[in-house]
Design a protein around this ligand. Structure first.
Ligand code: NAD
Ligand code: ZN
Ligand code: ZN
Length: 344
């Protein structure tokens, strides 16, 4: 089968021919219907050899939708031929966090050698993928897999962050979204769908700011050293009650710190390597900072239900295996509007 793999440090993704995998006991083989590209794929492909810990060759793709194609021994509850979304942050399944469906915060996964597909385990940017457990599949029903696949990360991750800040998003409150890429453009829609807050979106690209307005942002601000001052002005001097940084580089973290309101929330979602110093005088009184990772299984179900109501939709740019490497290049250069999705 065809697969998009990262095979050699520093060389970027390649399309290769590999063996079609067989499901072991308890596993499900999906025939992939769509796989999304995430900036985290570039995070790992940009790592130097001494920091890279995801195994080589690595089949990329941690946003996966597919049709159940073959069941391993003992699998129950999965229907061959039915369409599913893959819950990606695989955990041990038995610890307290996993029992709550928060496998994204499983403390045992790393020590047990459990890794998400595309981030250690073979991912979904291939014709077939093995899913470790029926627990990691959510039925898509009538939802279009190509339009929906990115909700498994670009939807779930912002949803998890925004839901945790929902008590700050009361009517009259201001939410600040930094970075209107794959995650950010869904994040804007989620804030609009589950709160009455006013949304201010920030990006370095005018085109991304136009996308932000199309998906519901009330105000847009060009990223830069003056962005925080503009946010202060738009919020009557008070600042943003909840800040969601979907970039995480030093300039956006600085904007987050300078824009947050007293008693506000900063969620650093982007893994751009910026640092927010912690100390009594580093943020306004009462401000809290959090680094949320992906989301829970029940939150993925909620995001899919938001898509079913039409409240949230991903702006998809579709590619095939023949153009997957080009799609990764466009993502690296900030040229993807919304989310790039490979359709086998
Ligand atoms: P993306 O490339 O689709 O979007 C990034 C956006 O940020 C682009 O619109 C770009 O123009 C904008 N941007 C870049 N520099 C900026 C700056 N200085 N100021 C304002 N905007 C700027 O990326 P994505 O796939 O949406 O991922 C976003 C980040 O989130 C990445 O760092 C990714 O690795 C990370 N991520 C984290 C989690 C998590 O669980 N915490 C999950 C998924 C992705
Ligand atoms: Zn991701
Ligand atoms: Zn666990």
């Amino acid at each position: 089968m065809k697969a998009v793999q990262y095979r050699e440090i520093g060389k970027g993704p390649e399309v290769v021919e590999v063996d079609t995998p067989e499901p072991g006991p308890g596993q499900i083989r999906l025939k992939v219907t769509a796989a999304g590209l995430c900036h985290s794929d570039w995070f790992l492909m940009d790592l130097p050899a001494d920091q890279y810990a995801y195994g080589l060759p690595l089949t990329l793709g941690h946003e996966i939708a597919g049709v159940a194609d073959k069941l391993g021994d003992g699998v129950v509850g999965i229907e061959v031929g039915a369409s599913y979304a893959v819950y990606g942050p695989w955990g041990c399944g038995v610890c307290h966090a996993c029992a709550e469906g928060k496998e994204n915060y499983c403390a045992r996964a790393a020590s047990l050698g459990i890794a998400p597909p595309g981030l250690g385990a073979p991912g979904g940017m291939a014709e077939y993928v093995i899913v470790d457990s029926a627990r990691h599949l959510l039925p898509l029903g009538d939802l279009d897999p190509v339009q929906t696949v990115s909700l498994t990360d670009a939807g779930l991750t912002p949803y998890h962050a925004i839901k945790a800040a929902q008590h700050k998003l009361y009517p009259g409150a201001f939410a600040l979204v930094l970075g209107v890429g794959g995650l950010g453009h869904v994040g804007v829609q989620i804030i609009r769908a589950i709160s009455e807050a006013t949304v201010i979106a920030v990006d370095v690209s005018e085109d991304k700011l136009a996308l932000a307005r199309e998906v519901g942002a009330h105000h847009t601000v060009l990223s830069g050293p003056d962005a925080a001052a503009q946010v202060r002005e738009l919020t009557g001097g008070l600042g943003a009650d909840a800040v969601f940084d979907f970039v995480g580089v030093q300039p956006t973290i600085d904007t987050a710190r300078e824009s947050v309101a007293i008693d506000g929330f900063i969620h650093i979602v982007g893994i751009g390597g910026g640092i927010l110093p912690a100390g009594f005088f580093s943020t306004p009184f009462g401000a809290a900072v959090r680094n949320p990772y992906w989301g829970s299984r029940s939150e993925l179900a909620e995001v899919l239900d938001l898509a079913r109501t039409g409240a949230v939709s991903v702006h998809v740019q579709q590619y095939g295996f023949d153009t997957a490497v080009e799609a990764y290049g466009r993502l690296h250069h900030g040229q993807v509007r919304g989310r790039a999705v490979v359709v086998p």
